[in-house]
Design a protein around this ligand. Structure first.
Ligand SMILES: [Zn+2]
Length: 269
């Protein structure tokens, strides 16, 4: 499932490609992917300019001229592609927004969605989300204060969107590896030094994820060499049975709250 860096990468490219452009066509082939009937969706979205594209946690927000917002969550298996009809991926498209000759394709929206909301509705929908981990105002002091209120497994807390927004299975593993802390540890056991390491690793790993274009497997447009660059940067996620690049020990996988959890039993304490 795409996490903060994947969605931030999409946001950056969408602002370059579609911000300031008018939506000239709409095709909805899976009505369940939207939250209102197709006629209302079309009436509210067609001929609207995308003013800007924002991100909150794992969501993307397309801000339209008429103040409506298209709220996107890709969930498991969702992705996007931008290009002409001729470049269109050979996949089932659930929703297509056209910008003249070019189209924004929403693909793999099974659990994912593209919902139409008023500003108040979208605010309400996102109200439960915790702080943005890369925001400058989310300081070490804030992090330590929030973490002090949490108990239970570290991994489970990192995935909790109400604790911090945008971290999922891959980056939680990479953050814990970078901080040399086992994700299966109980938060109550973490020393002050480990908590600070965790904060620093959270910032640096998520920033690195964005810098390398996240881990999505498909390019966003033909000739896109940025998207997916983080795949080669994963040091621990999905590497069960392989050797740790830091110490050579075999990486193990353990299920935590029914999520695959990878760590090095030697260099993560
Ligand atoms: Zn190791």
């Amino acid at each position: 499932m795409p996490e903060l860096p994947e969605m931030e990468n999409y946001k950056i490219i969408l602002n370059q490609r579609v911000a300031g452009q008018v939506i000239t066509g709409i095709t909805v082939t899976r009505e369940k992917s939207i939250n209102v009937n197709v006629d209302l969706f079309r009436k509210s979205v067609l001929n609207q300019k995308v003013v800007t594209v924002n991100r909150r946690g794992k969501h993307i927000l397309f801000q339209l001229d008429n103040n409506s917002v298209l709220l996107l969550h890709l969930m498991l298996g969702g992705w996007m592609f931008y290009g002409t009809d001729a470049e269109k991926p050979k996949r089932t498209i659930q929703v297509q927004l056209s910008f003249g000759e070019e189209n924004l394709y929403f693909i793999g929206l099974r659990l994912g969605y593209l919902h139409l909301y008023s500003p108040a509705e979208v605010e309400n929908r996102l109200a439960h989300l915790g702080p943005e981990p890369l925001a400058a105002e989310f300081t070490k002091e804030e992090f330590l204060k929030t973490l002090a209120l949490k108990h239970g497994r570290l991994k489970t807390t990192l995935l909790d969107q109400e604790f911090i927004a945008g971290i999922g299975n891959c980056y939680s593993a990479e953050i814990c590896f970078d901080a040399c802390i086992k994700p299966v540890r109980d938060i109550d056991e973490l020393h002050e030094k480990e908590r600070i390491r965790l904060f620093n690793s959270m910032k640096s790993i998520l920033e690195k994820g964005v810098r390398y274009g996240g881990y999505m497997e498909h390019p966003f447009f033909n000739g896109d060499i940025v998207t997916g660059g983080f795949q080669d940067q994963c040091l621990i996620y999905d590497r069960e049975g392989q050797t740790c690049k830091r110490c050579g020990t075999i990486i193990v996988m353990e299920m935590v709250s029914s999520r695959k959890t990878f760590y090095c039993p030697n260099c993560q304490r």
